[in-house]
Every structure is written in structure tokens, then in C-alpha cells.
Design a protein around this ligand. Structure first.
Ligand SMILES: NC(=O)c1ccc[n+]([C@@H]2O[C@H](COP(=O)([O-])OP(=O)(O)OC[C@H]3O[C@@H](n4cnc5c(N)ncnc54)[C@H](OP(=O)(O)O)[C@@H]3O)[C@@H](O)[C@H]2O)c1
Length: 309
């Protein structure tokens, strides 16, 4: 039986990848620093991340590594350990080095659509740096580039759920500018997990997969689709990005979260969350999923910071 090490098995996509791996007959080792904080209902064998105490040997006996580790934004607030894109890049470089040293034969790494070494946005430049570093290891690898994940439950689908939450709780919602010239291509987390395991079982030296979903929405179109799905129609007002950021900050303060960052708005408005000219590997429909979850979608706010407590 082959062994796969997966980061984030107690988190979001890593948990679904681990389930898919088990179904395909792999032995799963979960790499995590959250063993004392998060439940482990599927009783994965857990080991510390390679950069943490006791993690030096965590990758021993792993044939393949799947990496989902990353941080959504940099944060230095109260009640949390600080985290940043810079430290996420440094840690991931250590993860790659540890994999090479341990004799891992293949790495599947999660990136983002449109990584860009020249971007002032640390999310996109950090991901580009890691893609380059992974290629530099010389190890066979695949890079998955999702734009936005959704499924299985609304609570896990932070962006989509919280847009529905705004529709339910606010008198109007907004787009940054007209919201018609930048898009999103969300992929269902189970489609993403299947892709990750297809790539784990792929023998090619170097693959890049634009891991996007079947449907493409403009930002305005996404508001409309969600409003139709949950039956909460609100005026969709075009506002300057700074106004949208201000509202997101006020709402974030009220719910105790970072709802949306300036960089996330910029990346979205730069049309970085959609890819032209690829046959989308994600087959599950967001429209169908939103209809299926209409009763629950947006009823509760899904907090990124809460997930880290
Ligand atoms: N979710 C999306 O919509 C989306 C969209 C585009 C790209 N992606 C990419 O897909 C990958 C997986 O995303 P995901 O949403 O499934 O990730 P996630 O579960 O939120 O995070 C994956 C793992 O990264 C670590 N992590 C996350 N935030 C952290 C923090 N603030 N401080 C320290 N460690 C943290 C955690 O490891 P521990 O187990 O140690 O806690 C976590 O299990 C990421 O590389 C992301 O960039 C995701």
C-alpha cells in the first residue's frame, strides 16, 4: 500500500483529499499543527508540520505529498497567533526541502489561478515563488490552481456563504465598480479532491492544472445567481472599491472576522479568479449546489478567524 502525506487534513480541502485517498486505497498521514485544536473524526494518523517541534521526520515513509497549506491573508490581531504570507512561503519552502530529504517521489501542490512573481499582491507573488521553487526541487510534481472552492456544506464555503449572508442581512449589496468585467470560476471541493488524487497517481514529471469549475460568473452575476437561489433579491449597487472595503471592515468588526481584504478585492477586480481557454476539470455545478443548499446558505456567517481559534 502506498502512503500519502497531506497537509491540512483537519482543514477544508485537505480533509476531502484525504477521504478520496482512503477510498482509493492509500495509507494517509496527516500533517498538521492543529492536532490539539481540531477534531479528528476520521482518525487520521497525524504528524507535526516539518517546521514544527517533532516534525523533522514527519515525511518519512511518504511516497507522495499533497500540500494545501497556506494562509488566506496576513494577520497580527489579538486572540490569535500572528500569521503572514511571508511565513507561509518560508514554511512551504521547508516543506518541499523536507519532502526531498525524506525521499518523497511526487508532490501535489495547491496554488492559485494567475500566480504572478511581479504582482504587488503577496498572495499571488508568494504562490508564484512557490511554484518556481517546486520546479527547482527537480521532484516530479503537479500544481493545482483553483480560483474559489465551494461545498460540501455552506459553512465550509466561506466566500459564497458570506455573500448569501449579506443578501439575507443587508438592505443592499455592492460590486466593486460595475462588477461585470471580472469573474470567478468556483470548483466543488470534491471535484478538487478527485483532481488532487488523479495527480497523485499521475506519472508525469511536471503538470499544471487550472483547477476551475464548470461555471463562470461575473461578480454581479454571482450576486444575482445567489439572490435567485435563496429568494432574497436586493439592489446590487456599483461602489468604488474603497467603499466596499470600508463596508467589509465594518461588517468584519461586527462579526469578529476579516471579511475581505484590500488585496482580495484587488485580485478579484484584476480578473485573477478566472482562466480563459481551458476545459474546466470541475464538473459539479455551483448553481445546482446553491439550489440544493438554499435553505441553509447564508443563514450563519462563516468566519475565517473562527476556523483558526
Ligand atoms: N478555499 C478557497 O476558496 C481557495 C481558493 C483558491 C485557492 N485556494 C488554495 O487552496 C489551498 C487549500 O485551501 P483551503 O481553503 O482548503 O485551506 P485551509 O483548510 O483553510 O488551510 C489549509 C491548511 O493550512 C493551514 N493554515 C490555514 N490558515 C492558517 C493560518 N492562519 N495559520 C496557520 N496555518 C494555517 C492549516 O494547517 P493546520 O492543519 O496546521 O491547521 C490548514 O489546515 C490553499 O493553498 C489555498 O491557497 C483555496
Amino acid at each position: 500500500m502506498k502512503t500519502i502525506a497531506i497537509t491540512g487534513v483537519l482543514g477544508y480541502s485537505g480533509r476531502y483529499i484525504a477521504q478520496e485517498a482512503l477510498q482509493r486505497g492509500w495509507r494517509v498521514i496527516g500533517l498538521t499543527d492543529s492536532a490539539s485544536r481540531l477534531p479528528n473524526p476520521l482518525e487520521f494518523e497525524l504528524r507535526p508540520m516539518p517546521w514544527s517541534k517533532g516534525g523533522e521526520t514527519s515525511l518519512l515513509s511518504a511516497d507522495v505529498l499533497v500540500n494545501t497549506y497556506w494562509v488566506r491573508f496576513s494577520y497580527n490581531g489579538r486572540g490569535h497567533a500572528a500569521f503572514s504570507h511571508r511565513s507561509a512561503v518560508e514554511n512551504t519552502l521547508r516543506l518541499f526541502a523536507a519532502a526531498k530529504e525524506a525521499g518523497v517521489q511526487r508532490i501535489i501542490h495547491t496554488s492559485i489561478t494567475h500566480p504572478d512573481p511581479t504582482s504587488p499582491l503577496p498572495y499571488f507573488s508568494g504562490k508564484a515563488r512557490l511554484e518556481q521553487a517546486l520546479t527547482g526541487t527537480g521532484l516530479p510534481h503537479s500544481i493545482l490552481r483553483p480560483a474559489v472552492l465551494f461545498g460540501e456544506s455552506p459553512a465550509e464555503s466561506i466566500l459564497i456563504n458570506n455573500m448569501a449572508w449579506c443578501l439575507r442581512h443587508l438592505p443592499c449589496v455592492g460590486t466593486f465598480g460595475r462588477g461585470e468585467n471580472y469573474r470567478l470560476q468556483p470548483i466543488h471541493v470534491r471535484d478538487f479532491a478527485q483532481l488532487a488524487m488523479d495527480e497523485a497517481e499521475n506519472a508525469a514529471q511536471h503538470c499544471i492544472v487550472e483547477a476551475v469549475g464548470a461555471e463562470t460568473y461575473t461578480f454581479r452575476g454571482l450576486w444575482k445567481m445567489l439572490a435567485d437561489s435563496i429568494g432574497k433579491h436586493r439592489p446590487i449597487l456599483p461602489v468604488p472599491a474603497w467603499t466596499g472595503l470600508l463596508v467589509a471592515r465594518v461588517l468584519g468588526a461586527l462579526v469578529g472576522d476579516v471579511m475581505l481584504t484590500r488585496d482580495e478585492i484587488t485580485g478579484l477586480c484584476e480578473d485573477r479568479l478566472a482562466v480563459d481557454g481551458v476545459s474546466a476539470p470541475g464538473k459539479r455545478s455551483l448553481l445546482d449546489w446553491a439550489a440544493e443548499h438554499a435553505a441553509d446558505l447564508g443563514q450563519c456567517y462563516a468566519s475565517e478567524l473562527q476556523r483558526r481559534r
